[in-house]
Design a protein around this ligand. Structure first.
Ligand code: HXC
Length: 258
């Protein structure tokens, strides 16, 4: 079925998802988040795809959950419906890496969607924030949990309690985004980074993603042990033989399981 709220395409070995509700600044609704999940199912099953990029428009990555849709909710509507979050963790459970390419507003659920991805590359126009407090609610899709892990308690409190926005430069300084690029270069830079990732051994890429995510779910000793076991298991891969042989023979590696 053709998705209604996103565009889905492939660029080389990269799956590209473009949020496409421009009139509402890509406000997130259930259908849109479900469509992202379906696109990720497709990319995950496709051996030709090694990484995914999620992007929005020049003006907004996403300005949050759809306020109009939520305005009349009762507690039971919110609780039973689990608005926009019933499929939310699909971005996290995708085993292939996902880059959020963010230009313009990434607010509320938009900031939370970017944070659920593995890497955020920001245009110099990007603005991040958790302005839910202005609506009489709090962040509900990771803002109070992923943001402090990314930028520390003080800045997370500042952003969530005052609703102020953070520009791309501040977001990079704080560790929320991995790089800031000129807006006109955003998609090219994100696709190039994804293509680089897609050129490496997919099982190794998946182990790296799993191991780094483990750092946020476990104590240090457990995380280090998890990493060590993954490291040992890499020696069972043909791609390890190829990668090291290529280095010794001073030639580029040609990974079989890309
Ligand atoms: C629905 C939205 C929207 C949103 C913008 N629009 N954000 N519609 N939900 N979150 C719509 C506007 O109503 C408007 O539609 C059109 O997009 C353009 O927006 P403007 O406000 O006219 O643009 P501008 O003046 O440039 O201001 C941009 C903005 C502002 C600063 C981003 O739109 C804004 O503050 N948006 C709300 C941001 C927010 O509070 N996000 C958190 C939502 S709660 P019309 O039809 O009038 O042209 C949330 C909870 C997540 O995300 C957790 C869930 C579990």
């Amino acid at each position: 079925m053709t998705p209604e709220h996103i565009l889905v395409e492939t660029r080389g070995r990269v799956g590209l998802i473009t949020l496409n509700r421009p009139k509402a600044l890509n406000a997130l609704n259930d259908a849109l988040v479900d469509e992202i999940g379906q696109a990720l199912d497709r990319f995950e099953a496709d051996d030709e795809i090694g990484a995914v990029v999620i992007t929005g428009s020049e003006k907004a990555f996403a300005a949050g959950a759809d306020i109009g849709a939520m305005a009349g909710f009762s507690y039971m509507d919110a609780y039973l419906g689990d608005y926009i979050t019933r499929n939310w963790e699909r971005v996290k459970t995708c085993r292939k890496p996902i880059i959020a390419a963010v230009a313009g507003f990434a607010l509320g659920g938009g900031c939370e969607m970017a944070m659920a991805c593995d890497i955020i590359i920001a245009a110099d126009t990007a603005r991040f924030g958790q302005p839910e407090v202005k609506l009489g609610i709090l962040p509900g899709a990771g803002g109070t949990q992923r943001l402090p892990r990314a930028v520390g308690k003080a800045k997370a409190m500042d952003l969530c309690l005052t609703a102020r926005m953070m520009d791309a430069e501040e977001a990079e300084r704080a560790g929320l985004v991995s790089r800031v690029v000129p807006a006109e270069r955003l998609l090219d830079e994100a696709l190039a980074a994804a293509e680089t990732i897609a050129g490496y051994s997919l099982p190794v890429i998946m182990m790296i993603k799993e191991s780094i995510n483990r750092a946020y779910e476990s104590g240090l000793s457990e995380g280090l042990l998890f990493e060590r076991r993954q490291f040992h298991s890499a020696f069972a891969l043909e791609d390890q033989k190829e990668g090291m042989a290529a280095f010794v023979e001073k030639r580029p590696a040609h990974f079989k399981h890309r």
